[in-house]
Design a protein around this ligand. Structure first.
Ligand SMILES: [Ca+2]
Ligand SMILES: [Ca+2]
Ligand SMILES: [Ca+2]
Length: 157
């Protein structure tokens, strides 16, 4: 299955988090494959690349991560619950033909970020998961992320 543009943006966000754990699941890889289709990866990259110079610096990535966390933290208590983590995506994925798989995938993403396993993802845990994934994306190790690297990370293979 491919070509679900409304999902792709969140799928990349999912990638950023879920991919932080070594040995991402086959389901994650499949979702990642969906994220590579269309222009959604480019749109997401553009949102991360605040100054539009075609490179996402660590500062830009961190700012993006913090905005993302703040947006997900619906009750603004500084931690994400599974409900908060999935709420925004749940609406978007209502049209998904495989809601079961999507729900499983979201749960795994959450568990991957919740490194101490207390059922809540703190800002630190979220940032750590995000940064880990970002490092993995930075294939040439220069500390900056290009669109090509983002696209490469989105590949299931
Ligand atoms: Ca930039
Ligand atoms: Ca919260
Ligand atoms: Ca936790």
């Amino acid at each position: 299955m491919s070509g679900i543009p409304t999902l792709a943006r969140w799928n990349l966000v999912a990638l950023l988090i879920a991919g932080a754990v070594a040995g991402a699941t086959a389901a994650a890889a499949a979702q990642a494959g969906e994220a590579t289709s269309g222009r959604s990866l480019e749109r997401l990259f553009q949102r991360m690349d605040a100054n539009g110079d075609g490179v996402v610096t660590p500062d830009e990535a961190q700012a993006f991560e913090q905005r993302l966390f703040a947006r997900l933290d619906a009750n603004h208590d500084g931690v994400l619950t599974l409900d908060e983590f999935t709420a925004r995506r749940a609406g978007r994925q209502a049209a998904n033909a495989e809601p079961q798989r999507a729900a499983t995938f979201r749960s795994r993403r959450f568990a991957a970020a919740d490194t101490n396993g207390d059922g809540r993802v703190t800002a630190d845990e979220f940032a750590a998961a995000f940064n880990k994934r970002l490092s993995a994306m930075d294939t040439n190790g220069d500390g900056r992320i290009t669109l090509d690297e983002v696209k490469g990370a989105g590949s299931p293979i």
